[in-house]
Design a protein around this ligand. Structure first.
Ligand code: G3H
Ligand code: ZN
Length: 284
């Protein structure tokens, strides 16, 4: 069923695993992620950036595609459809009105007081519709669609605690050195701050930029209260690699089903690997 992420993440935190947010880019990504979740008996969060929603047609198309697939595939595991890096109150409201069960309001680039004001407004509307809310503090490095970071700023634990208390969000993404897209060298995550923020807020934490984080760091993050890990680039790389391979081996091929079908399998295998690594398999 389509649900908010609230209970999913509370249960994950209590039982020391993390639920993966896997981003949708097109139909095949959606199919692969839903199939992986059902096969693994894992809860799952479908992340949709504003850019990806635009590419797929809009928020309504995205919701209806997910609902259609869940029906056709007889999906029994909990699924949340979540706006990733929502840029404004209006965008969050638009997604909620289209049927999203969860939203992220990313006002992390705004001054602290503005972040609190915008986030509070989103929480008020979202909670009235049983929709969960994620907020962010600090900056995630790299680039994701329209979101470009100038420099990586670590979230401040005191500000995190204050933001949580004053807004009533359901989960928090404190940026602590993670990066969207591949890492240049080993990631250097602020685990000391993560532990402090997890303890001070008591909320499930979110780790953005899940691509390329070594398993030992994933495990450490989970032990410090991370209950949601976002992955996009790794699936994109697996999919593009497979398309390149298939088309290079079959220079006369033109039916998209013949190269996107194998790409879908590659995405599915990648997602299954992540679910096992995050410990969410057999938790639905
Ligand atoms: O919000 C989405 C994620 O943070 C994705 O990060 O593309 O580096 O896996 P990634
Ligand atoms: Zn992100």
């Amino acid at each position: 069923p389509l649900v908010s992420m609230k209970d999913m993440l509370i249960t994950a935190k209590e039982n020391s695993y993390a639920v993966g947010q896997f981003n949708l880019n097109n139909l095949e990504f959606t199919q692969a992620i839903l199939q992986a979740a059902e096969e693994e008996k894992s809860p799952v969060i479908l992340g949709v950036s504003e850019g990806a929603a635009r590419y797929m047609g809009g928020f309504k198309t995205t919701v209806k595609m997910v609902e259609g697939l869940m029906e056709d595939y007889n999906i029994t595991v909990p699924v949340a459809i979540h706006l990733d890096h929502g840029s404004s109150y209006d965008k969050c409201k638009e997604a909620i009105d289209a049927g999203f069960t969860s939203v992220m309001i990313d006002a992390s680039h705004d001054p602290f007081e503005e972040n609190i004001a915008t986030t509070s407004k989103v929480v008020e509307y979202a909670h009235s519709k049983n929709v969960s809310v994620e907020a962010e503090l600090g900056t995630v490095g790299g680039q994701e669609d329209d979101v470009i970071a100038d420099g990586v700023i670590y979230a401040d634990p005191k500000e995190c605690q204050e933001l949580v208390e004053r807004t009533g969000i359901d989960c928090l993404a404190p940026a602590l050195g993670s990066v969207h897209g591949p890492y240049k060298g080993e990631p250097n995550l602020g685990f000391k701050e993560m532990e402090e923020i997890g303890a001070a807020t008591g909320l499930p934490l979110v780790l953005h930029g899940g691509t390329g984080i070594p398993t030992k760091d994933i495990q450490k993050a989970i032990s410090y209260g991370t209950a949601k890990i976002n992955v996009n680039t790794e699936n994109q790389i697996a999919s593009a690699k497979k398309v390149r391979e298939v088309l290079a081996e079959n220079t006369e091929m033109y039916d998209p089903r013949k190269y996107l079908g194998p790409a879908r399998e590659a995405i599915k295998a990648t997602v299954i690997g992540k679910m096992r690594e995050f410990g969410s398999s057999n938790k639905a």
